[in-house]
Ligand binder design. Structure first.
Ligand SMILES: C[S@@+](CC[C@H](N)C(=O)[O-])C[C@H]1O[C@@H](n2cnc3c(N)ncnc32)[C@H](O)[C@@H]1O
Length: 213
């Protein structure tokens, strides 16, 4: 009840249009935007990852944690499985304007994680992906790149993720056909330049590759 009152309060305070419906909707999570449940990764990831194996997942760009909570609830049941989430909570508009996410969106992230099956298996880092890769030495089985979707950032995120990917690991990337197809060439050229073998395992609005042995 206390949480409900809090949700009403934030709803009115922030005029978050969708929060009301979604709170009482089909999901247990609170969110204002749904980029995830309509996405190709949501349709496919259950066929690619096996929760019976130990999994280390890296997510670049979590927003309110919808994709994050899906990964937690469905793939982290093994004791040592975990997810690292990298998000500075900054949004970039087309004219290079940078704004911090609304307070309600940041609160939704932490609220949603707390409601997930394994909040203690989440490492949240309030960093840009560049800052994270500067020190990261871990390897991941699955990396979801859904952070800053610009021509400058996409190659850096792909190459850094490739270096942090285990053998047989998968990188799933959002916005391959984003910005009316203007980003596709950047993705294609970067993927061609990767050292070592990979196989494209999905190509649609999003694209995914697997690291071969
Ligand atoms: C499209 S949203 C992520 C949506 C989320 N994966 C989902 O499916 O619900 C993009 C997120 O990337 C974050 N972001 C922006 N710049 C970033 C950067 N340089 N590194 C990592 N994340 C970044 C933003 O704060 C935002 O939360």
């Amino acid at each position: 009840m206390k949480i409900l009152i809090k949700r009403y309060y934030y709803h009115f305070l922030n005029k978050s249009r969708y929060l009301f419906n979604n709170y009482f909707g089909k999901y247990k999570y609170t969110f204002g935007m749904d980029w995830f449940y309509k996405s190709e990764i949501y349709q496919n990831v259950k066929y690619l990852l096996d929760h019976k194996n130990k999994l280390e997942i890296l997510e670049i760009g979590s927003f309110e944690g919808l994709s994050t909570t899906y990964f937690i609830d469905n793939f982290l049941s093994k004791p040592n499985s975990k997810i690292t989430v990298v998000d500075p909570f900054l949004l970039h508009s087309e004219n290079d304007h940078i704004t911090i996410l609304d307070k309600i969106q940041i609160r939704n992230f932490f609220f949603n994680i707390s409601k997930s099956a394994y909040p203690n298996k989440v490492q949240y880092l309030g960093l840009t992906s560049d800052q994270f890769f500067d020190f990261n030495k871990n390897k991941y089985n699955f990396i979801y790149i859904d952070g800053m979707h610009t021509k400058e950032q996409i190659p850096k995120d792909i190459i850094n993720s490739w270096e942090s990917l285990s053998k047989d690991g998968i990188i799933w990337m959002d916005d391959y056909l984003g910005d009316h197809g203007k980003l596709k060439n950047t993705f294609d050229k970067t993927l061609e330049s990767l050292k070592g073998e990979h196989q494209v395992i999905h190509r649609g609005y999003q694209i995914a590759i697997k690291k071969l042995g």
